[in-house]
Design a protein around this ligand. Sequence first.
Ligand SMILES: C[S@@+](CC[C@H](N)C(=O)[O-])C[C@H]1O[C@@H](n2cnc3c(N)ncnc32)[C@H](O)[C@@H]1O
Ligand code: SF4
Length: 438
Amino acid sequence: MNPYQGYAYAYPHKTAYRPLPARPGLRQVWASEDRSSLFLYLHVPFCEMRCGFCNLFTQSGAPEGLTGSYLDALDRQAQAAAEAINPASFASVAFGGGTPTYLTAAELSRLCDVASRFADLTAIPFSAETSPATATADRLAVLKDRGVTRLSIGVQSFLDSEAHAAGRPQKRSEVDAALNAIRSAGFGTLNIDLIYGIPGQTHRTWQQSLSEALTWSPEEIYLYPLYVRPLTGLGRRARADAASAGAARADPADQRLSLYRLGRDHLMASGYEQVSMRMFRRGPAPSAGTTQYCCQADGMLGLGCGARSYTSALHYSPEYAVGISRVRRIIDSYVATPDFTNAAVGFALDDSERRRRHLIQSLLQAEGLDRSYYRERFGADPVTDFGAELAGIEAMSWVEKDADRIRLTPEGLAHSDVIGPALYSPRVRELMGAYEAR
Ligand SMILES: C[S@@+](CC[C@H](N)C(=O)[O-])C[C@H]1O[C@@H](n2cnc3c(N)ncnc32)[C@H](O)[C@@H]1O
Ligand code: SF4
């Protein structure tokens, strides 16, 4: 069985969202929500390049003036959201993308001003993503000065040849310069993203990348299995290769599971704690402001053309796409939007979807599901609600239960990308299946 069915980092997946005919006003959407501990997310959909593996909502480069107009639109959206949501209290904030540090230092400062409409950024955990080519001292200085506590950089591989094979024209000298600059700036938490399963990667080169990463003593490391998705550069290359070699050509051996085990064991032997299949942490401080920091019940306000927002009853976002021309069109239409007071696209969660979301989000964390917290929220035990599904996972020896918790075994965690999608509801599965990637 292929252990890589899908990355269930949020439930339901964005491809299950659909246009909301009633276009509910944000004031109504947030009116009866608990707004005492929200997560604020600002999305920047620009990068200096479009990596061959990446299907995130982003475009390579920005024509003259577009980043400024994007910030203007973000500010309009923030104002509309603030009018609908305040008074509200935010527990953490994150800038993601894309690559937020594609923006200049002055533009990053404006981005912080937008976020400051909602919270004192220096008083809460504050995370930002960066890339090797854009982590320059002037940008980092702004982020540090404005309160960023966690900086996350995508390195993918410390070997240039492997980064290139993943479709990322990266230079090791640039990676080292960026990491030096980040460490000199003094952020409390450094996270490094690495990818395994890159064409040509071996156990030896993977081990080499892991060891190089550890020389920077990152407080966090994310290990991502490579997914080759249809509308990406690698996806197009794979299709062309398959076509030229004939349909019967076998896939090259998939080593991701053995590379995962090697990576996990290497990090745990080096003092890291496993937080989830992808996330590893050194030291005691809980990581906040990351995409995985979502207490199952907390709401999220997302701003920007690729950002979702979560309330207990509705998840909503602007339109979603992967293909380059559609991404550009959506960014252009976002920038031209005068009025952000309504939710346009989304998914309404009923009580059963809320329970399911809680189950999936908790089970895919190493610490597992706290049964009494679930009972407190929903008035029933998770085994009563999801007995049949859990029995299927138990039959594979992927989950263990005691009176307090339900948690994945080490092999269960290794198979998170099977377990997550297997727990999706029939309705979400149907919507995702009917979604046409564009
Ligand atoms: C927003 S990016 C990180 C910041 C920055 N844009 C960069 O690339 O340096 C998020 C991370 O997701 C991971 N990622 C994205 N697409 C992936 C894919 N198809 N397979 C595996 N990992 C992927 C990469 O490790 C990447 O660093
Ligand atoms: S991996 Fe990062 S830099 Fe590359 S396209 Fe995706 S978001 Fe942009």
